[in-house]
Design a protein around this ligand. Structure first.
Ligand SMILES: *Cc1c(COP(=O)(O)O)cnc(C)c1O
Length: 368
C-alpha cells in the first residue's frame, strides 16, 4: 500500500455537516457573488491574522496582482523577488507590466537573503515581494528597514505561510501588504481556488476592494482599471468552516514535522529543514535536502512513497525568461540553483497517520 502525499478526506469528515448546511443556506439566499459569507470570512481572517483589513479574492496570483496594482506598480518599475519560489511570485510582476529582479535566497530558511537585496536596488525599484516559503516567515525586520530606507513597498507572498508566526506576530501582518492563497493544497485551502490580501492601510484596502470589482467606486462608475477578482460565496463558506479547525491543525502540522525531524535527525546524508527560534512554521512543506535528489525520489517512488520537488529550477531559469519572452533582471541566484537540485518535500498533512510517517522515515533511511 502506497502512502498518499496529501489526503483531504479525513478533514472533510470533520466539517461535512456544517459545510453542507452552509451550502444549503447559500442555495436559498442566492447571493452567489458577494454574499454575506464573503464579509463573514473577511472578518474572521482579519482577526486571525491580527490586521485591520482582509480582502478576499479569486486566487493567490490575483491577490499578488491586486496588491501590486494597489501599490501603484506599473510598466517601467522593478520589483525584487526571490530567485526561488513558485512561478506566480514573479509572474504577477510581469502581469502588471513591471520587471521582476531576482535576488538569491538563504540556504538555511529558503527565504530571500536580506544581505543580497541592496545591491539589486536601482532608481526603478518600487517594491519587494519576499516569500515566506514552505510556511516560515521571511526576515521582515531587515527587509522592512531596507524598504523604509529606499522608499519601497513590501508585499509578503504568504501563500504558503498563512497562520505562521514570528513571536506573537502572524504572517500577513509583517509588511504594508500581504497576500495568500487558498488553493486546496495550501495549509488553509478551500474546495477550489481562492486568495486574500491583508493590510493595515485603510486607503490601500479601499483601493483593493475597488480593483477587485473592475476599479469601481460604485456601480457602473469606474475610477481605476481593475479586474474581476472576486471570490465566490461557496468558497467563503468552506473556508469559514476550515478556519475553525485551523489553529488545531497548525499544532498537528508541527507535531508531524517534529516526528520527521526526530526520526531523520541521525542521518548524515539528509539536511533537515530549520525553523528559527522565534518562528512558528505552518509546514506547507517539510523539505529536506539530499545529494542525487532525482535518484532518491525515484527509489522512494518505487517503495510507494510519493514526494514533490518545490521547485525543480530557479525562477530566472524558466523558459519564459531565458527565451526572453518576458522581461526580468538577475541580481543573484547561485543558492536558488543549488537548492533546485537538492530539495525534496515529504508528505505532510494534519491528519496523516503515524504509520504512514513511519513508513516514509524507514524508506528514506533505507534509500539513503
Ligand atoms: C500557490 C502560490 C501562489 C499562487 O497562488 P494561487 O492561488 O495558486 O494562484 C503564489 N505564490 C506562492 C509562493 C505560492 O506557493
Amino acid at each position: 500500500m502506497s502512502v498518499p502525499y496529501l489526503n483531504l478526506a479525513p478533514q472533510y469528515e470533520l466539517i461535512k455537516e456544517k459545510v453542507q448546511s452552509r451550502f444549503q443556506q447559500i442555495f436559498e439566499h442566492t447571493q452567489f457573488i458577494m454574499g454575506p459569507e464573503v464579509f463573514e470570512l473577511e472578518e474572521s481572517l482579519k482577526s486571525f491574522v491580527g490586521c485591520q483589513q482582509a480582502i478576499v479574492c479569486s486566487n493567490g496570483t490575483v491577490a499578488l496582482q491586486m496588491a501590486l496594482m494597489a501599490a501603484g506598480v506599473t510598466s517601467g518599475d522593478e520589483v525584487i523577488v526571490p530567485a526561488f519560489s513558485f512561478f506566480a511570485t514573479a509572474e504577477a510582476v510581469n502581469l502588471v507590466g513591471a520587471t521582476p529582479v531576482f535576488v538569491d535566497v538563504h540556504a538555511d530558511d529558503f527565504n530571500i537573503d536580506p544581505n543580497k537585496i541592496e545591491q539589486a536596488i536601482t532608481p526603478q525599484t518600487k517594491a519587494i515581494i519576499p516569500v515566506s516559503l514552505y510556511g516560515q516567515t521571511f526576515d521582515f525586520e531587515a527587509i522592512n528597514a531596507l524598504a523604509q530606507k529606499h522608499h519601497l513597498v513590501v508585499i509578503e507572498d504568504a501563500a504558503q505561510s498563512f497562520g505562521a508566526r514570528h513571536k506573537k506576530l502572524r504572517s500577513g501582518n509583517l509588511s504594508e501588504l500581504a497576500t495568500t492563497s487558498f488553493f486546496p493544497a495550501k495549509p488553509l485551502g478551500g474546495y477550489g481556488d481562492g486568495g486574500a490580501v491583508f493590510t493595515n492601510n485603510e486607503d490601500l484596502a479601499l483601493k483593493l476592494r475597488q480593483i477587485r470589482d473592475h476599479g469601481s467606486e460604485k456601480r457602473y462608475h469606474h475610477i481605476h482599471i481593475g479586474m474581476n477578482g472576486r471570490l465566490n460565496t461557496f468558497q467563503c463558506a468552506v473556508l469559514l468552516e476550515k478556519l475553525s479547525l485551523y489553529e488545531k491543525e497548525i499544532e498537528l502540522r508541527n507535531d508531524k514535522a517534529q516526528f520527521y525531524t526526530h526520526g531523520l535527525k541521525g542521518a548524515s546524508k539528509i539536511q533537515l529543514p530549520k525553523v528559527h527560534d522565534d518562528n512558528k512554521s505552518v509546514w506547507a512543506q517539510y523539505t529536506i535536502q539530499v545529494d542525487n535528489r532525482d535518484l532518491v525520489q525515484q527509489k522512494l517512488k518505487d517503495l510507494g512513497i510519493p514526494t514533490s520537488v518545490h521547485y525543480p529550477s530557479a525562477l530566472p531559469d524558466q523558459p519564459v525568461y531565458t527565451h526572453q519572452v518576458a522581461s526580468c533582471r538577475v541580481s543573484s541566484t547561485d543558492t536558488a540553483r543549488e537548492l533546485s537540485q537538492r530539495v525534496l518535500s515529504l508528505p505532510l498533512y494534519p491528519y496523516m497517520p503515524k504509520e504512514d510517517q513511519e513508513k516514509v522515515i524507514l524508506s528514506l533511511l533505507k534509500v539513503i
